[in-house]
Write a protein that binds this ligand. Structure first.
Ligand SMILES: [Zn+2]
Ligand SMILES: [Zn+2]
Length: 255
């Protein structure tokens, strides 16, 4: 069937496009809605075909016989999956918003939010009162109906892990190839950066030796670039010899 999937174990039909169950009594309205815009003649044909499927829950009154699974089955492919369920620790109720689960815990279990009651956390801890929320978070869940009296969520097994395990070997291989390429590129970049650092660092490594030996005073002040003896600087020993020669030459006179 082009439009609906028949879930025989639950006696419901699920719209392929909307991914939720539709009561056969609402089938015509559903297919006429802006999301589908199926023309009247085709809607009548589909209604007739679905009419031949036995055991279906056809209207809201029939939903009294409807039960959602409570044994965490694998997620139904036909239904939308929600990853953000909050499941009550006291009963199987699941909501997908904090507001929803808080409302449930207040109404059904007389829960008082400790963060709103004005009592400090430390005082509650001393009094032996639990600060733990009365619900579990990140529960994977689904629901059959999104309108009417049976919209409850039920927990399902996450489908993601199965999808990963079933991944095709080619896809895994290509991920390894991609990882190896990225690692090689990173390694090459690190090596290039190291070589650059060594080249740029060479003059600086020589500089302390020049300073220690005093040769730097004879050379240019720039530690890098071509070096040449500066003609304006004369070694001290040469000055001393010059002064001594002057004092001998001009004995008795002060220079
Ligand atoms: Zn639909
Ligand atoms: Zn509850």
């Amino acid at each position: 069937m082009e439009y609906f999937i028949h879930l025989r174990d639950y006696n419901v039909i699920v719209c392929r496009k909307c991914r939720y169950a539709v009561l056969p009594s609402r089938l015509d309205t559903h297919l006429a809605s802006p999301k589908h815009r199926v023309e009247a003649r085709r809607r009548a044909e589909i209604g007739q075909e679905v009419g031949t499927w036995t055991g279906l829950l056809r209207n809201e009154a029939d939903l009294e016989r409807f039960h959602v699974p409570r044994d965490s089955p694998p997620a139904f492919e036909a239904l939308e999956t929600h990853q953000n369920g909050r499941r009550c620790r006291t009963c199987p109720y699941i909501a997908c918003t904090n507001q929803g689960i808080q409302q449930h815990c207040r109404d059904q279990h007389q829960w008082v939010n400790p963060w709103r009651s004005g009592v400090k956390s430390a005082d509650r801890r001393r009094a032996g009162q639990s600060l733990e929320r009365p619900w579990v978070e990140d529960v994977v869940c689904q629901r059959f109906f999104v309108t009417g009296p049976r919209q409850e969520y039920f927990e399902v097994q996450p489908a993601d892990r199965l999808a990963d395990d079933d991944e095709a070997p080619q896809a895994t291989q290509s991920k390894w190839d991609q990882a190896r390429r990225q690692l090689t590129q990173s390694w090459n970049a690190v090596q290039a950066a190291q070589e650059r650092t060594i080249r740029e660092g060479q003059p600086d490594e020589v500089n302390p030796w020049l300073e220690r030996t005093g040769w730097a005073s004879l050379y240019g002040s720039r530690p890098s670039g071509p070096r040449s003896i500066r003609p304006d600087i004369i070694p001290y020993s040469r000055i001393w010899r010059h002064r001594r020669w002057l004092s001998i030459a001009g004995r008795g006179s002060k220079c």
